[in-house]
Design a protein around this ligand. Structure first.
Ligand code: KE4
Length: 428
Protein backbone atom coordinates (compact mmCIF):
# COMPACT_ATOMS: atom_id res chain seq x y z
CA UNK A 1 0.00 0.00 0.00
CA UNK A 2 1.57 3.34 -0.92
CA UNK A 3 0.91 5.64 1.97
CA UNK A 4 0.74 9.42 1.40
CA UNK A 5 3.30 10.93 3.79
CA UNK A 6 3.47 14.45 2.37
CA UNK A 7 2.25 16.37 5.40
CA UNK A 8 4.14 14.26 7.93
CA UNK A 9 7.39 14.76 6.03
CA UNK A 10 6.84 18.51 5.84
CA UNK A 11 6.03 18.65 9.55
CA UNK A 12 9.14 16.61 10.37
CA UNK A 13 11.31 19.12 8.51
CA UNK A 14 9.86 21.96 10.58
CA UNK A 15 10.10 19.97 13.81
CA UNK A 16 13.76 19.09 13.18
CA UNK A 17 14.59 22.78 13.25
CA UNK A 18 13.09 23.09 16.72
CA UNK A 19 13.57 19.79 18.62
CA UNK A 20 16.45 17.29 18.38
CA UNK A 21 15.41 14.74 15.75
CA UNK A 22 12.10 16.61 15.50
CA UNK A 23 10.81 14.69 18.51
CA UNK A 24 10.44 14.99 22.25
CA UNK A 25 11.60 11.47 22.99
CA UNK A 26 14.33 9.75 20.94
CA UNK A 27 12.61 6.48 20.04
CA UNK A 28 9.83 8.42 18.27
CA UNK A 29 12.29 9.50 15.55
CA UNK A 30 12.20 5.98 14.01
CA UNK A 31 16.03 5.90 13.80
CA UNK A 32 16.08 2.21 14.82
CA UNK A 33 13.77 1.14 11.98
CA UNK A 34 14.39 3.75 9.27
CA UNK A 35 11.85 5.86 7.46
CA UNK A 36 10.11 8.92 8.84
CA UNK A 37 7.58 8.93 11.67
CA UNK A 38 3.97 9.73 10.81
CA UNK A 39 2.74 12.81 12.67
CA UNK A 40 -0.39 11.77 14.55
CA UNK A 41 -3.46 14.00 14.30
CA UNK A 42 -5.78 12.06 16.61
CA UNK A 43 -6.47 8.64 18.09
CA UNK A 44 -9.57 6.72 19.11
CA UNK A 45 -9.84 3.20 20.52
CA UNK A 46 -7.19 1.00 18.89
CA UNK A 47 -6.65 3.38 15.95
CA UNK A 48 -4.22 6.20 15.18
CA UNK A 49 -4.95 8.76 12.45
CA UNK A 50 -2.00 10.63 10.96
CA UNK A 51 -1.82 14.06 9.34
CA UNK A 52 -2.05 12.55 5.84
CA UNK A 53 -5.29 10.74 6.62
CA UNK A 54 -3.70 7.30 7.05
CA UNK A 55 -5.14 5.00 9.71
CA UNK A 56 -3.16 2.49 11.77
CA UNK A 57 -3.94 -0.29 14.21
CA UNK A 58 -1.89 0.95 17.15
CA UNK A 59 0.45 -1.35 19.14
CA UNK A 60 2.39 1.44 20.86
CA UNK A 61 -0.56 2.71 22.88
CA UNK A 62 1.53 5.77 23.74
CA UNK A 63 4.10 3.27 25.15
CA UNK A 64 1.65 1.53 27.45
CA UNK A 65 -0.86 3.99 28.97
CA UNK A 66 -3.68 3.39 26.46
CA UNK A 67 -4.79 0.06 27.95
CA UNK A 68 -8.45 1.12 27.62
CA UNK A 69 -7.88 2.39 24.08
CA UNK A 70 -7.37 6.01 23.06
CA UNK A 71 -9.81 8.81 23.97
CA UNK A 72 -12.05 6.67 26.14
CA UNK A 73 -15.17 8.86 26.51
CA UNK A 74 -15.31 8.47 30.31
CA UNK A 75 -11.64 9.35 30.74
CA UNK A 76 -11.94 12.34 28.41
CA UNK A 77 -15.05 13.54 30.25
CA UNK A 78 -13.31 13.25 33.62
CA UNK A 79 -10.32 15.24 32.31
CA UNK A 80 -12.58 17.95 30.83
CA UNK A 81 -14.55 18.28 34.07
CA UNK A 82 -11.39 18.47 36.18
CA UNK A 83 -9.76 21.01 33.85
CA UNK A 84 -12.81 23.25 34.06
CA UNK A 85 -12.29 23.39 37.83
CA UNK A 86 -8.68 24.53 37.45
CA UNK A 87 -5.62 22.82 36.01
CA UNK A 88 -3.41 22.79 39.07
CA UNK A 89 -3.51 24.18 42.61
CA UNK A 90 -0.21 23.13 44.17
CA UNK A 91 -2.23 22.13 47.20
CA UNK A 92 -3.75 18.87 48.48
CA UNK A 93 -7.03 17.71 46.97
CA UNK A 94 -9.56 15.00 47.84
CA UNK A 95 -9.06 13.40 44.43
CA UNK A 96 -5.46 12.46 45.33
CA UNK A 97 -6.82 10.51 48.29
CA UNK A 98 -9.28 8.68 46.04
CA UNK A 99 -6.56 7.84 43.53
CA UNK A 100 -4.17 6.65 46.24
CA UNK A 101 -6.89 4.42 47.69
CA UNK A 102 -7.65 3.03 44.23
CA UNK A 103 -3.95 2.32 43.60
CA UNK A 104 -3.66 0.52 46.95
CA UNK A 105 -6.65 -1.60 45.90
CA UNK A 106 -4.63 -2.88 42.95
CA UNK A 107 -1.26 -3.00 44.75
CA UNK A 108 -1.71 -3.86 48.45
CA UNK A 109 2.08 -3.73 48.93
CA UNK A 110 1.87 0.04 48.39
CA UNK A 111 0.82 1.04 51.90
CA UNK A 112 1.92 4.65 51.35
CA UNK A 113 2.88 6.46 48.15
CA UNK A 114 3.81 9.63 46.36
CA UNK A 115 2.27 10.75 43.06
CA UNK A 116 4.85 12.23 40.67
CA UNK A 117 4.88 13.21 36.98
CA UNK A 118 6.90 10.56 35.16
CA UNK A 119 8.31 7.07 35.52
CA UNK A 120 11.79 8.57 35.58
CA UNK A 121 10.83 10.66 38.59
CA UNK A 122 9.28 7.65 40.30
CA UNK A 123 12.35 5.40 39.98
CA UNK A 124 14.79 8.23 40.72
CA UNK A 125 12.89 9.03 43.92
CA UNK A 126 12.57 5.37 44.91
CA UNK A 127 16.33 4.88 44.64
CA UNK A 128 17.06 8.02 46.64
CA UNK A 129 14.64 6.75 49.30
CA UNK A 130 16.29 3.31 49.34
CA UNK A 131 19.71 4.91 49.83
CA UNK A 132 18.34 7.24 52.51
CA UNK A 133 16.54 4.44 54.31
CA UNK A 134 19.51 2.03 54.33
CA UNK A 135 22.40 4.50 54.51
CA UNK A 136 24.04 2.54 51.70
CA UNK A 137 25.18 3.89 48.32
CA UNK A 138 25.27 1.01 45.81
CA UNK A 139 22.24 -0.09 43.76
CA UNK A 140 21.80 -3.01 41.37
CA UNK A 141 20.06 -2.96 38.00
CA UNK A 142 20.02 -5.41 35.10
CA UNK A 143 21.39 -5.08 31.59
CA UNK A 144 18.68 -4.21 29.11
CA UNK A 145 16.33 -2.89 31.77
CA UNK A 146 15.35 0.76 31.46
CA UNK A 147 14.10 2.74 34.41
CA UNK A 148 13.96 6.25 32.94
CA UNK A 149 16.76 8.70 32.31
CA UNK A 150 18.01 9.79 35.76
CA UNK A 151 21.81 9.90 35.79
CA UNK A 152 22.48 6.93 38.05
CA UNK A 153 20.27 4.67 35.96
CA UNK A 154 21.82 5.47 32.57
CA UNK A 155 24.50 2.88 33.23
CA UNK A 156 25.74 -0.13 31.34
CA UNK A 157 27.64 -3.03 32.79
CA UNK A 158 31.18 -2.26 33.73
CA UNK A 159 33.76 -4.68 32.38
CA UNK A 160 33.31 -8.02 34.11
CA UNK A 161 29.65 -7.15 34.65
CA UNK A 162 29.39 -7.10 38.43
CA UNK A 163 31.91 -4.31 38.84
CA UNK A 164 31.04 -0.62 38.97
CA UNK A 165 28.83 0.69 36.21
CA UNK A 166 30.00 2.92 33.39
CA UNK A 167 27.93 5.80 32.02
CA UNK A 168 25.56 4.84 29.22
CA UNK A 169 25.07 8.44 28.13
CA UNK A 170 27.28 11.45 27.60
CA UNK A 171 26.90 13.96 30.39
CA UNK A 172 26.83 11.42 33.19
CA UNK A 173 30.00 11.74 35.32
CA UNK A 174 31.74 8.44 36.02
CA UNK A 175 31.24 9.20 39.72
CA UNK A 176 27.45 9.16 39.25
CA UNK A 177 27.57 5.76 37.55
CA UNK A 178 29.96 3.93 39.80
CA UNK A 179 27.38 3.25 42.50
CA UNK A 180 25.21 1.40 40.01
CA UNK A 181 26.10 -2.24 39.54
CA UNK A 182 24.70 -4.01 36.48
CA UNK A 183 24.11 -7.75 36.17
CA UNK A 184 22.67 -9.91 33.38
CA UNK A 185 18.87 -10.21 33.61
CA UNK A 186 17.67 -13.63 34.81
CA UNK A 187 21.12 -14.54 36.20
CA UNK A 188 20.18 -15.55 39.75
CA UNK A 189 23.64 -16.93 40.51
CA UNK A 190 25.28 -13.60 39.63
CA UNK A 191 22.92 -11.94 42.10
CA UNK A 192 23.80 -14.43 44.85
CA UNK A 193 27.52 -14.00 44.16
CA UNK A 194 27.29 -10.20 44.24
CA UNK A 195 25.39 -10.17 47.52
CA UNK A 196 27.77 -12.70 49.05
CA UNK A 197 30.63 -10.36 48.17
CA UNK A 198 29.15 -6.94 48.90
CA UNK A 199 25.61 -7.33 50.19
CA UNK A 200 26.25 -5.01 53.14
CA UNK A 201 26.91 -2.07 50.77
CA UNK A 202 23.83 -2.54 48.61
CA UNK A 203 20.84 -0.25 49.19
CA UNK A 204 18.50 -1.77 46.63
CA UNK A 205 17.90 -3.92 43.61
CA UNK A 206 15.65 -2.35 40.97
CA UNK A 207 14.19 -4.60 38.31
CA UNK A 208 11.54 -4.75 35.61
CA UNK A 209 9.74 -7.88 36.86
CA UNK A 210 8.86 -8.59 33.24
CA UNK A 211 11.40 -6.80 31.08
CA UNK A 212 9.88 -4.65 28.34
CA UNK A 213 12.78 -2.44 27.30
CA UNK A 214 14.90 -5.11 25.66
CA UNK A 215 11.79 -6.47 24.03
CA UNK A 216 9.47 -8.57 26.21
CA UNK A 217 11.60 -10.91 28.34
CA UNK A 218 9.96 -13.07 31.01
CA UNK A 219 11.57 -13.65 34.41
CA UNK A 220 13.14 -17.12 34.56
CA UNK A 221 11.59 -19.40 37.20
CA UNK A 222 13.11 -18.49 40.56
CA UNK A 223 14.75 -15.24 39.41
CA UNK A 224 12.37 -12.83 41.13
CA UNK A 225 12.19 -15.10 44.18
CA UNK A 226 16.01 -14.97 44.41
CA UNK A 227 15.95 -11.17 44.31
CA UNK A 228 13.39 -11.13 47.11
CA UNK A 229 15.35 -13.62 49.21
CA UNK A 230 18.83 -12.10 48.91
CA UNK A 231 17.68 -8.49 49.39
CA UNK A 232 15.77 -9.57 52.50
CA UNK A 233 18.79 -11.51 53.81
CA UNK A 234 21.15 -8.55 53.39
CA UNK A 235 18.93 -5.65 54.48
CA UNK A 236 18.63 -4.27 50.94
CA UNK A 237 15.34 -3.11 49.42
CA UNK A 238 13.64 -4.77 46.44
CA UNK A 239 12.16 -2.18 44.07
CA UNK A 240 9.86 -3.51 41.35
CA UNK A 241 9.71 -1.07 38.47
CA UNK A 242 6.16 -1.73 37.31
CA UNK A 243 5.88 1.43 35.26
CA UNK A 244 5.22 -0.78 32.25
CA UNK A 245 3.92 -4.01 33.82
CA UNK A 246 1.57 -2.37 36.32
CA UNK A 247 -2.08 -2.98 35.35
CA UNK A 248 -0.64 -4.37 32.06
CA UNK A 249 0.51 -7.95 32.67
CA UNK A 250 -2.24 -8.50 35.26
CA UNK A 251 -4.67 -6.37 37.26
CA UNK A 252 -2.17 -6.23 40.14
CA UNK A 253 0.90 -6.16 37.92
CA UNK A 254 3.79 -8.61 37.91
CA UNK A 255 3.92 -8.72 41.70
CA UNK A 256 0.43 -10.28 41.66
CA UNK A 257 1.20 -12.52 38.68
CA UNK A 258 4.41 -13.92 40.23
CA UNK A 259 3.48 -13.56 43.91
CA UNK A 260 6.39 -11.29 44.88
CA UNK A 261 5.99 -8.63 47.58
CA UNK A 262 8.54 -5.83 47.03
CA UNK A 263 9.58 -3.15 49.49
CA UNK A 264 8.87 -0.40 46.94
CA UNK A 265 6.99 -0.30 43.63
CA UNK A 266 7.14 2.24 40.82
CA UNK A 267 4.07 2.74 38.61
CA UNK A 268 3.49 4.92 35.55
CA UNK A 269 1.84 4.80 32.13
CA UNK A 270 -1.59 3.15 32.71
CA UNK A 271 -1.91 4.73 36.17
CA UNK A 272 -2.19 8.16 34.54
CA UNK A 273 -4.33 7.03 31.62
CA UNK A 274 -2.09 8.96 29.24
CA UNK A 275 -1.58 12.05 31.39
CA UNK A 276 1.72 12.84 33.17
CA UNK A 277 1.31 10.81 36.36
CA UNK A 278 3.48 8.16 38.02
CA UNK A 279 3.83 6.70 41.49
CA UNK A 280 6.42 5.34 43.86
CA UNK A 281 5.39 3.74 47.12
CA UNK A 282 5.53 0.74 49.39
CA UNK A 283 6.01 -0.11 53.04
CA UNK A 284 4.80 2.77 55.22
CA UNK A 285 7.81 2.60 57.53
CA UNK A 286 10.07 3.24 54.51
CA UNK A 287 7.85 5.91 52.92
CA UNK A 288 7.80 7.83 56.21
CA UNK A 289 11.45 8.69 55.54
CA UNK A 290 10.22 11.07 52.83
CA UNK A 291 9.94 14.82 53.54
CA UNK A 292 8.18 16.40 55.28
CA UNK A 293 8.18 13.40 57.69
CA UNK A 294 11.73 12.27 57.14
CA UNK A 295 15.12 13.31 55.77
CA UNK A 296 14.78 12.13 52.15
CA UNK A 297 13.71 15.02 49.95
CA UNK A 298 11.41 14.70 46.91
CA UNK A 299 9.03 17.32 45.55
CA UNK A 300 7.15 18.44 42.42
CA UNK A 301 5.11 21.42 41.26
CA UNK A 302 2.63 19.32 39.32
CA UNK A 303 2.78 16.17 41.43
CA UNK A 304 -0.74 14.77 41.84
CA UNK A 305 -2.26 17.61 39.81
CA UNK A 306 -6.05 17.49 39.50
CA UNK A 307 -6.26 16.84 35.73
CA UNK A 308 -3.80 13.94 35.67
CA UNK A 309 -5.35 12.59 38.86
CA UNK A 310 -8.80 12.67 37.24
CA UNK A 311 -7.46 10.77 34.21
CA UNK A 312 -5.83 8.18 36.45
CA UNK A 313 -8.88 7.72 38.64
CA UNK A 314 -11.25 7.35 35.68
CA UNK A 315 -8.87 4.83 34.11
CA UNK A 316 -8.47 2.66 37.20
CA UNK A 317 -12.22 2.65 37.76
CA UNK A 318 -12.70 1.21 34.26
CA UNK A 319 -10.10 -1.54 34.70
CA UNK A 320 -12.53 -3.58 36.79
CA UNK A 321 -14.99 -3.88 33.90
CA UNK A 322 -16.03 -7.55 33.87
CA UNK A 323 -13.74 -9.72 31.74
CA UNK A 324 -11.35 -6.91 30.74
CA UNK A 325 -8.19 -8.83 31.61
CA UNK A 326 -9.37 -12.24 30.43
CA UNK A 327 -10.42 -10.73 27.09
CA UNK A 328 -7.08 -8.90 26.81
CA UNK A 329 -5.21 -12.15 27.47
CA UNK A 330 -7.28 -13.99 24.85
CA UNK A 331 -6.77 -11.22 22.26
CA UNK A 332 -2.98 -11.24 22.73
CA UNK A 333 -2.87 -15.04 22.63
CA UNK A 334 -4.84 -15.15 19.36
CA UNK A 335 -2.82 -12.33 17.84
CA UNK A 336 0.56 -13.89 18.73
CA UNK A 337 -0.53 -17.30 17.48
CA UNK A 338 -1.59 -15.68 14.22
CA UNK A 339 1.69 -13.80 13.90
CA UNK A 340 3.67 -16.98 14.57
CA UNK A 341 1.63 -18.84 11.93
CA UNK A 342 2.17 -16.04 9.39
CA UNK A 343 5.92 -16.10 10.02
CA UNK A 344 6.03 -19.92 9.79
CA UNK A 345 4.12 -19.80 6.47
CA UNK A 346 6.69 -17.34 5.11
CA UNK A 347 9.57 -19.40 6.49
CA UNK A 348 10.69 -16.58 8.79
CA UNK A 349 12.10 -17.54 12.20
CA UNK A 350 10.54 -15.51 15.01
CA UNK A 351 9.95 -15.97 18.71
CA UNK A 352 7.07 -14.05 20.28
CA UNK A 353 7.15 -13.86 24.09
CA UNK A 354 4.02 -12.41 25.67
CA UNK A 355 2.56 -11.68 29.12
CA UNK A 356 -0.92 -10.25 29.59
CA UNK A 357 -1.37 -7.25 27.32
CA UNK A 358 2.21 -7.05 26.00
CA UNK A 359 4.35 -8.99 23.52
CA UNK A 360 7.38 -8.67 21.23
CA UNK A 361 8.23 -10.19 17.84
CA UNK A 362 11.92 -11.12 17.98
CA UNK A 363 13.52 -12.13 14.66
CA UNK A 364 15.45 -15.25 15.54
CA UNK A 365 14.51 -18.71 16.80
CA UNK A 366 16.46 -19.00 20.07
CA UNK A 367 14.60 -18.07 23.26
CA UNK A 368 15.37 -14.55 24.48
CA UNK A 369 16.36 -14.75 28.17
CA UNK A 370 18.44 -11.58 28.54
CA UNK A 371 19.84 -8.54 26.76
CA UNK A 372 22.63 -10.48 25.03
CA UNK A 373 20.03 -12.82 23.53
CA UNK A 374 17.93 -9.83 22.45
CA UNK A 375 20.96 -8.25 20.77
CA UNK A 376 21.56 -11.45 18.81
CA UNK A 377 18.15 -11.12 17.14
CA UNK A 378 17.95 -9.70 13.60
CA UNK A 379 17.08 -6.04 14.20
CA UNK A 380 17.67 -5.02 10.59
CA UNK A 381 14.99 -7.52 9.64
CA UNK A 382 12.72 -6.09 12.33
CA UNK A 383 13.22 -2.66 10.69
CA UNK A 384 12.06 -3.99 7.33
CA UNK A 385 9.11 -5.72 9.01
CA UNK A 386 8.20 -2.52 10.83
CA UNK A 387 8.15 -0.50 7.59
CA UNK A 388 6.08 -3.12 5.77
CA UNK A 389 3.59 -3.24 8.63
CA UNK A 390 3.35 0.55 8.68
CA UNK A 391 2.56 0.49 4.94
CA UNK A 392 -0.01 -2.17 5.77
CA UNK A 393 -1.71 0.11 8.29
CA UNK A 394 -0.21 -1.36 11.46
CA UNK A 395 1.80 0.86 13.82
CA UNK A 396 4.39 -1.18 15.76
CA UNK A 397 6.89 0.30 18.23
CA UNK A 398 9.83 1.58 16.12
CA UNK A 399 12.47 -0.62 17.74
CA UNK A 400 13.03 -4.36 18.19
CA UNK A 401 13.88 -3.62 21.83
CA UNK A 402 10.38 -2.44 22.68
CA UNK A 403 7.14 -4.16 23.63
CA UNK A 404 3.88 -4.11 21.69
CA UNK A 405 0.85 -3.10 23.72
CA UNK A 406 -2.71 -4.30 23.10
CA UNK A 407 -5.73 -2.39 24.37
CA UNK A 408 -9.24 -3.38 25.41
CA UNK A 409 -10.37 -1.91 22.10
CA UNK A 410 -8.33 -4.34 19.93
CA UNK A 411 -11.04 -6.67 18.61
CA UNK A 412 -11.72 -9.06 15.72
CA UNK A 413 -11.32 -6.39 13.06
CA UNK A 414 -7.96 -5.20 14.44
CA UNK A 415 -6.65 -8.77 14.67
CA UNK A 416 -7.71 -9.55 11.10
CA UNK A 417 -6.15 -6.37 9.73
CA UNK A 418 -2.94 -6.95 11.66
CA UNK A 419 -2.55 -10.56 10.49
CA UNK A 420 -3.35 -9.65 6.88
CA UNK A 421 -0.59 -7.01 6.98
CA UNK A 422 1.78 -9.46 8.71
CA UNK A 423 1.29 -12.14 6.03
CA UNK A 424 2.45 -9.59 3.44
CA UNK A 425 5.18 -8.12 5.64
CA UNK A 426 6.78 -11.47 6.55
CA UNK A 427 7.02 -12.30 2.86
CA UNK A 428 8.60 -8.89 2.09
P1 KE4 B 1 8.98 7.89 31.74
O1 KE4 B 1 9.96 8.80 32.45
O2 KE4 B 1 9.28 7.77 30.26
O3 KE4 B 1 7.53 8.22 32.05
O4 KE4 B 1 9.17 6.41 32.37
C1 KE4 B 1 10.44 5.82 32.35
C2 KE4 B 1 10.30 4.31 32.44
C3 KE4 B 1 10.54 3.70 33.66
N1 KE4 B 1 10.42 2.36 33.81
C4 KE4 B 1 10.06 1.57 32.76
C5 KE4 B 1 9.96 0.09 32.97
C6 KE4 B 1 9.78 2.14 31.49
O5 KE4 B 1 9.43 1.34 30.47
C7 KE4 B 1 9.90 3.54 31.33
C8 KE4 B 1 9.64 4.23 30.00
N2 KE4 B 1 9.41 3.36 28.88
C9 KE4 B 1 9.72 3.91 27.58
C10 KE4 B 1 9.33 2.85 26.54
N3 KE4 B 1 10.26 1.80 26.49
C11 KE4 B 1 9.04 5.20 27.31
C12 KE4 B 1 9.04 5.62 25.86
C13 KE4 B 1 10.05 6.70 25.60
O6 KE4 B 1 11.14 6.70 26.21
O7 KE4 B 1 9.73 7.56 24.75
Amino acid sequence: MSRDTTRSRALLKKAEGLMPGGVNSPVRAFRAVGGDPPFIARAAGATLFDEDGNEYVDYVGTWGPALLGHAHPEVVAAVQAAAARGLSFGAPTAAEIELALAIRGFFPSIEMMRLVSSGTEATMSALRLARGATGRDDVVKFEGCYHGHSDGLLVKAGSGLATFGEPDSAGVPADFARHTITLPYNDAQAVRDLFAARGAQIAAVIVEPVAGNMGTVLPAPGFLETLREVTQAHGALLILDEVMTGFRVARGGAQQLYGITPDLTCLGKVVGGGMPLAVYGGRAEIMKRIAPLGPVYQAGTLSGNPVATAAGLATLRLLDAPGLYSTLDATVAELCAGLQAAADEAGVKVTIPRVGGMFTVFFGEAPVRDFADAQRCDHARFGRFHRAMLDGGVYLPPSGYEACFVSAKHGRDEIERTLAAARVAFRA
